[in-house]
Structures are given as C-alpha cells and as structure tokens.
Design a protein around this ligand. Structure first.
Ligand code: ATP
Length: 504
C-alpha cells in the first residue's frame, strides 16, 4: 500500500513546479476555476491525446470481433437553449443545497455528514464528508464536552429530519440552529447573447459535452459512412455552477470532459456492449499508470439512476482513491445506460426525425445509447495523486512516478558544467531529440538541484554530459525511479530513451 499524500502537498507541488495555478492568482483567485501552467498543459494534453487515440483512432473490437467505428466532433459550448430543455437540464439539473445563516457559507446537502451522539444528548455536529479525522477530533473536543468520536454515530445529512435541524451545529460555526432547510439549486451557468440581458436571449454554458453529440446524430449519419453500432466522441470544456467547488481541481466550475456516446440497435446485446465499454475504460486508466488498488467500480443503486435508465443495464462509476477521501473512493468516470431517452427527447422538442433505418429490414428505430463520460480534469488529478512518491533518499524528498506516456517531458539534457564545450554537445543532442519527443535542456545550476527539479516534474530520464563525453562520446543516463546510471554512446541516446519509454 502506498502512503496517502496530503492534498496540500499535491497542490503545493503543482504551484511550485508550474502544473496548475489558481485562476486570476494575482487577484486572489476565483473559486472553482484553475489555470494550467506549462507542465500541467503538457500533462493534460497527453492524457487527452491518449484518450482520443484509444477511443477514436484505435477503438476496441466489437462483440462480433470487427473493429468499431468511433468518430469525433468538436461542438460549440453555447447551443440553442432548447437543447438543455429537451435534455432535462433546465428544469432538473440541480443539487439540494443549504446555507449557514451565520457564516453565509453554502453547502451541498449530500456532501455533508452528521455526528449524532449515541445517547441522544447534546448537539449533533455537521462535517464535510471528506473532513480529516484531526479536524473532527478537534471540533468534538471543543464542542462536545469530553465526548470522543466513539460516542457518536455517523449519518448522512439527507437522513436527518428537518425537525432536528435546530440541534445541528454547521461545519464552520460553533452555534446550533444556523443551517437553513435544503433547497434545489440549478447548476447551469448562463449568459445573455447580444445587447439586451433578458429571458429571451438567455443562453447556457454546456454542463456536459454530450448534449451536442445527440443533436448532431443525424448530421453524422447523413454525411459520413458510419453505420450502427458506432460511436461519437468529444473532448471539451463543461461548466457547472457547483455549490461548493472543492478538493483542488476535483470539483471545479469549469472543467473538461472526454465523452463518447455509443449508438446501437435496442434489440442488440445491450448488457454485452455495456460490459465491453466498462472494462475497456478501466483498462485504459490502468494503461496510463493508475493502479488497480486505487480504482474501483461503483454500481449505482436503483434510487440513484436517472428515471430513463431504471429499466436498462444501469450505471457504474469508475472511482479513484483520491487522497482527500481515502480509504474511500470518488468518481473519475461514469459509464451510463442512456437508453433511447436523449434522441427521443430531441425528436420531440425539434420535431425532426432522430431515427435510424436498418438497411436490411428497412425498419426505422430510435437507437439505444450507452455513454462513457470521463473527466479529463479529474484524470489529471488522479495521475498527479498516483505519481506522487515519497523518497527520503533524494534531495527533493519525493519524485513524480508519471507513466512515461503522460510525463510532460520524456528526457532532460544536463551538461555538468556550463563550459568546456559541454553546453554545445548538450544543445546538439537537444536539437536531435526534440524532433522525437518533448525534452528539456537545462544548463545552469548545480546538478543535484537540476536532478531534483526533473524528479519533481516526473521526467523519466536525465542525460548528463560530463568531461568524459568529450573523450569517448558517452553520456550518463539516469533513470528516474531507480536513480540507476548507465553510460551510453551519444549516437545511441535517442534509441535508448525511445526503447525504454515503452515500459509499463
Ligand atoms: P459528481 O457526482 O462528482 O458531481 P456527476 O455524477 O455529476 O459527478 P457526470 O455528470 O456523470 O458527473 O459527469 C461525468 C464526469 O465529468 C465525472 O465523472 C467527472 O469526472 C466529471 N465532472 C463532473 N462534474 C465535475 C466538476 N464539477 N469538476 C470536475 N469534473 C467534473
């Protein structure tokens, strides 16, 4: 079992090394928004490109063993508002939330837990579901007069009757009875198009990327050669006015999704397709370096399912053991049965036929849809958490064990000293290697500090030019995880790095 790394260490590394910064940092940030720095951008793009490759360029074989067809789209963030009426988001996309009258803070009801005294005496204390044990113990000590966590039972806030609210002490106050009743809060962010700000020109920032995949279904069938079963994939930004953005980039208000809608015949083996996608998607997360012990399938209960999915094969979340919830898990990707719901709704709202004709029987039908809906942003967080490895034996005290396929830089070229012809050799090697992979050329500073920097950004190989290089044309190649060093001839450096990047 690897150690659980505190989130604050991950956030601080991200800022220190230029992975992720708070958006508008110099103005104090803006809650729920993040900017990606040079290395974060590379890391995110690598994950994005590998997803595209595995879903669109080399999708899996279908149930009959033939290669599947998945095509891509890149659609507008703002669509006709009717799209979001048809999808149910305008009326139904909400979370129950409550406020604290004292602190004016706002909370999502289903993310709060309550510690109730087993003897029924005294106040009950409310916490965020991911509160750390130290925080819980400290508040109990202050507010529960000598009782310890063993004297309490934990229930979720939705299980608490409204009549008991006057007895609750909210997560950020010392007083009981300051929490309001939960109310539904719509998560759609909106804007106004054109000069006037009124209901007539209100438009929404998309809350998920799949909406416009459905509205393009007919365009794609009519203009490309795809035939059912096939999929449409899209990567892009989505926006949700989350009540409590938290846990770094895990729950933000602007984030990226990687979604694929798979269209098949309702008479097909839906369970077979669903299992295929569920397993393929988990395998993919493993392939970019997440470990099996940190991944989990969570099956939605009947109560959690969208009304249209109740009759189908259900829904599973692929969950990751993020440090803020460990040893628990939280969502990374959803694999959903969306049945014929979306296409039927769009047919109803647009009065355009959204059906598909079976070319053998001439029969028309509304295709059945299975969805894989992954968070690119949450994927970045998961790989950062997975990679962070403590190692007291190196100056940085840690290194990022990024899978080579996603590492922002694959190699760094480091002349030992900035003289004696070493920088020139380094630059020549750099010019050769950069044609094949992202490489860093770092000339100044002491070599220990430069190794430490590369360890912290997860570079798999450091190539050092030293006095011997001028004599025999060899360099040392230092492997990140083992710190083992090997002498390799300059002519073979590129081949060596390319060959060894393929390890899994
Ligand atoms: P949650 O229960 O965590 O709010 P969800 O079930 O609403 O998530 P979906 O609507 O299924 O999420 O969205 C698909 C994916 O999009 C999620 O698995 C997640 O990776 C990502 N995602 C959703 N909301 C956010 C957010 N606020 N910030 C970052 N990623 C998000």
């Amino acid at each position: 079992m690897s150690a659980i790394i505190p989130m604050k260490d991950i956030v601080s590394l991200c800022k220190r090394r230029g992975f992720i910064f708070p958006a508008s940092d110099i103005y104090g940030g803006v809650n729920g928004f993040w900017d990606y720095g040079p290395l974060g951008t590379e890391l995110k793009n690598n994950i994005r490109d590998l997803w595209w490759k595995s879903m669109v360029i080399t999708p899996p074989l279908g149930l009959d063993g033939a290669p599947l067809q998945i095509v891509g789209v890149d659609t507008a963030i703002i669509q006709n508002p009717t799209l979001w009426k048809a999808s149910g988001h305008v009326d139904g996309f909400s979370d129950p939330m409550l406020d604290c009258r004292e602190t004016k803070l706002r909370y999502r009801e289903d993310k709060l837990i309550v510690l109730k005294s087993k003897d029924g005496q005294g106040h009950a204390l409310v916490f965020h579901e991911d509160a750390e044990q130290d925080t819980i113990d400290a508040r109990l000590k202050k507010l529960a007069r000598g009782k310890s966590s063993a004297d309490f039972e934990t229930v979720s806030l939705p299980e608490i009757d409204l009549s008991e609210y006057s007895n609750l002490i909210g997560p950020d106050t010392k007083k009981a009875g300051t929490l309001t009743e939960p109310k539904e809060f719509n998560l759609m962010l909106h804007t106004y198009l054109g000069a006037a700000a009124g209901e007539d020109n209100k438009a929404y920032l998309r809350p998920e990327t799949c909406g416009s995949i459905f509205t393009n279904f007919k365009n794609i069938v009519d203009t490309s050669r795809v035939r059912i079963p096939f999929g449409i994939a899209q990567i892009g930004k989505s926006f949700r006015n989350e009540v409590t953005p938290r846990n770094f980039i895990f729950r933000s208000r602007e984030f990226e999704q990687m979604e694929m809608q798979f269209f098949c015949d309702p008479k097909d083996d839906i369970k077979g397709w669903f299992d295929l996608w569920k397993n393929y998607r988990k395998e993919w997360w493993l392939s970019i370096g997440l470990s099996d012990e940190n991944l989990n399938f969570h099956e939605h209960t009947q109560d959690d399912l969208a009304h249209y999915a109740k009759e189908g094969v259900g829904a599973y979340d692929i969950e990751y053991k993020y440090p803020f919830i460990a040893p628990g898990f939280d969502e990374l990707e959803g694999i959903h049965d969306r049945s014929q719901f979306d296409l039927s709704q769009h047919e109803k709202f647009s009065s355009k036929k959204m059906q598909y004709q079976n070319l053998q029987t001439n029969e028309w039908y509304t295709p059945y849809v299975l969805e894989t809906s992954a968070g690119l942003t949450r994927g970045v967080l998961a790989v950062l958490c997975e990679a962070y490895t403590i190692d007291e034996n190196r100056p940085s005290g840690m290194y990022m064990n990024c899978h080579p396929s996603i590492a922002p830089k694959k190699a760094a070229i480091l002349p030992l000293v900035a003289k004696d012809g070493q920088p020139e050799i380094a630059q020549k090697l750099y010019m050769e290697m950069r044609e094949h992979m992202p490489v860093d050329l770092d000339i100044k500073q002491n070599i220990g500090k430069r190794y430490a920097r590369q360890d912290e950004i997860g570079t798999p190989f450091c190539i050092t030019i030293d006095p011997q290089t001028r004599e025999d044309q060899t360099v040392t190649i230092r492997e990140r995880n083992t710190m083992a060093q090997k002498r390799v001839h300059l002519d073979q450096v590129l081949g060596y790095v390319q060959g060894n990047l393929k390890y899994s």
